[in-house]
Design a protein around this ligand. Structure first.
Ligand SMILES: [Zn+2]
Length: 65
């Protein structure tokens, strides 16, 4: 996965590299400085999702700086 994709600092969603706002929460606080790629398909069944407070299925970053 290319690391130049932009991750939202608010919800950790992985957005396209040319995104200007987050597709999930519409925040404009996006960063290329992130690590750990995780796909959450069933947030209601996922411990990681609960820990990250993710409620929507999608691609997320574990660490955002
Ligand atoms: Zn977001």
């Amino acid at each position: 996965m290319a690391s130049n994709r932009l991750v939202c600092r608010e919800c950790h969603l992985v957005n396209d590299a040319d995104a200007e706002t987050c597709a999930s929460c519409a925040s404009s606080s996006l960063t290329e400085d992130w690590a750990g790629y995780v796909v959450i398909a069933h947030p209601e069944e996922s411990d990681i999702a609960a820990e990250m407070e993710v409620t929507k299925p999608g691609q997320y970053a574990l660490k955002v700086r």
